[in-house]
Design a protein around this ligand. Structure first.
Ligand SMILES: [Zn+2]
Length: 305
């Protein structure tokens, strides 16, 4: 008689569902409460995504719109959590994040306002330079601004996880070398397996894991492979590579659902997480690693910071 392992609690470090609900309310979302339940997702990080380049007033309005969308989900029965450690059951909880810190340009004091409104993670940049830093797609060498470094330190003081996905290499190393709290990459892949500036080099991965950081694997096929086929095994190749760079216990998922136009075969929405978890077991990850990758590593990262 074979024993079925307990289904792990899944944590996902990134999706763009709030932005999709705000800007395309008629469009069905990848992330729904039913699919989160079906997939065993205990924590779904919901990003407030900065969107196309615009003035600060316009961006602040978008963020207010996404706070409204979050509120509407809560009215509809979704739960929000401020501290991942508080999640003790397998019911879905939302954790609030920011993708692109343009709104922090108003002054360091607004960071505490966003923290008070539930923001627990923030990516320094999306794909546009801002007052804090420079993204991967502009150059690799411009570090954080002086203001950006101070903003990072203020985020760390307030318990906001500093997210380096989309940031360039110089900004990444500024955070690692000039501040005291390990950052995370909420939705990034390995550059050794897919050569794209959006992905992390082996040097970055080893530095991040050495500091006690975390990486959530992005499911976007464009960042996973330059070949014609992308499957669950392609995702697992990146996870294995990160383990080989010292990432045991520090790697998990950052799906990017509702922010990606294509998906790996068999991994279309949060209801498919069990297929990915089964794939990890098939690949030979032992049950403690499977539990860590599914969600435990994400929760322990927040315990470290
Ligand atoms: Zn992104």
């Amino acid at each position: 008689m074979s024993e079925t392992p307990a289904s792990p609690r899944v944590c996902d470090a990134h999706c763009d569902t709030l932005y999709s609900l705000l800007t395309a309310p008629q469009k069905p979302t990848d992330v729904t409460l039913e699919r989160l339940q079906q997939g065993g997702v205990a924590i779904q990080t919901m990003a407030m995504y900065v969107g196309p380049a615009a003035g600060l007033d316009v961006i602040e309005q978008r963020f207010e719109g996404m706070f409204d969308q979050l509120e509407a989900l809560k009215q509809a029965g979704w739960r929000q959590v401020d501290d991942p450690k508080e999640v003790i059951d397998a019911q879905p909880h939302m954790l609030l994040s920011i993708e692109g810190c343009e709104v922090f340009a108003r002054g360091l004091s607004v960071i505490a306002d966003y923290r008070a409104r539930g923001v627990r993670m923030a990516a320094i940049t999306w794909n546009h330079p801002n007052a804090l830093g420079t993204p991967h797609c502009v150059d690799a060498t411009t570090g954080l601004s002086g203001y950006g470094l101070n903003a990072v330190r203020e985020m760390q003081r307030l318990g906001i996880a500093v997210d380096v996905s989309h940031l360039n290499e110089a900004g990444f190393y500024d955070i690692l070398k000039k501040t005291d709290v390990p950052p995370l990459a909420s939705h990034s892949c390995a550059r050794a397996l897919r050569d794209h500036t959006r992905n992390l080099t082996d040097g970055q991965l080893r530095a991040l894991f050495g500091a006690g950081g975390f990486v959530g694997l992005n499911f976007f096929p464009m960042f996973l492979t330059d070949g014609p086929v992308c499957t669950i095994d392609t995702v697992i190749d990146h996870i294995q590579h990160m383990y080989d760079q010292g990432g045991a216990g520090m790697v998990g998922f950052g799906s990017d659902f509702d922010g990606i136009s294509t998906k790996p075969e068999g991994l279309d929405n949060p209801g498919d997480f069990p297929h990915l978890i089964e794939g990890l077991r098939r690949r030979g990850f032992d049950e403690s690693d499977v539990l860590a990758i599914a969600g435990g590593a994400f929760i322990r990262y927040f315990e470290r910071i």
